[in-house]
Design a protein around this ligand. Structure first.
Ligand code: ZN
Length: 282
């Protein structure tokens, strides 16, 4: 299938100096004439980059495209190549280091400050679904395929965060905890961008699960197009963050409906992952 353009193709990309592997990005001004933070998102199409299929492999395999996940059964050599390509793309935009999260559908937040990064080995970072930092040049990366990628920034304060909010994480308030952790670092005026995720019409669940989520927030309880119980996770996260004072925006694109977005629900376990990123340029 020919990939369709990425989420909101080209939007803001020119202003952010948009480069190959990030079809969507936004540079946020720091209020002093510079860029205080950048938020960005990949698609499967990767802005045109894709690894060559192995000899004899089908032209389009389940992982073809820009897959950045080492835990989904993809060839680790190809994934590491994709991560190197992304890091090379980010370097001219003030990124010195890329930090992927080890996500476990929990609600814990890692606070990555300069002192911690000096004293703890990178491999020692805990398994968490959210991270925040005020370290310039450190790009935080959240990987998703249907779950909601939450990108957070206070460009004036120089504080950014990312969170991975699936149904469980949203109910647990993972994104809210990330917002609180940013405020502990001095953030006040926080912009939150929700990247592409599975939409409420496509995310059918058993009735009991919908009731559980509805008990947290009625806005998340919905139905599929044909009337079966469903959950709108992004609506829940949007309500949580806007209720807590963040300025929230949602990027267009349902992962299950668009061929250029990875979807676990549509494709099963053999599916790559999209990346949402946030960083303070060095
Ligand atoms: Zn959908």
């Amino acid at each position: 299938m020919t990939p369709t353009p990425g989420p909101d193709p080209g939007r803001d990309a020119a202003g952010a100096g948009g480069r190959g592997l990030l079809p969507w990005s936004r540079a946020l001004p720091d209020g002093r004439g510079g860029t205080g933070a950048v938020l960005a998102h990949t698609t499967r199409a990767g802005g045109g980059w894709s690894p060559s299929p192995a000899p004899g492999a089908p032209a389009v395999g389940p992982y073809d495209g820009l897959d950045l996940a080492l835990h989904v059964g993809d060839d680790p050599v190809a994934v590491r190549a994709a991560r190197r390509a992304l890091a090379a793309d980010l370097a001219p935009r003030g990124v010195r280091e890329v930090q992927h999260l080890q996500q476990v559908h929990g609600a814990d937040v890692a606070v990555l400050r300069a002192e911690r990064l000096r004293t703890a080995g990178r491999g020692d970072l805990p398994a968490v679904d959210a991270a925040v930092t005020d370290v310039p040049g450190l790009a935080l990366v959240v990987l998703v395929a249907d779950c909601v990628p939450v990108l957070l920034a206070d460009a004036g304060a120089g504080v950014v965060g990312v969170a991975h909010a699936g149904r469980r994480g949203a109910v647990a308030g993972t994104a809210l905890r990330a917002l609180e952790a940013m405020r502990d670092l001095g953030a006040r005026d926080v912009v939150a961008v929700l990247g592409p995720s599975i939409c409420g019409r496509c995310y059918e669940v058993p009735p009991g699960l919908r009731d559980e989520v509805a008990a947290v927030s009625p806005v998340a309880a919905t139905t599929t197009w044909d009337g079966r119980p469903a959950v709108d996770v992004a609506a829940l996260v949007l309500e949580q963050l806007s209720g807590a004072g963040a300025r929230v925006e949602q990027l267009p694109g349902c992962t299950a409906e668009r061929a250029d977005l990875w979807s676990y629900r549509r494709d099963g376990a053999a599916s790559g992952r999209l990346a949402g990123l946030a960083w303070v340029p060095a």
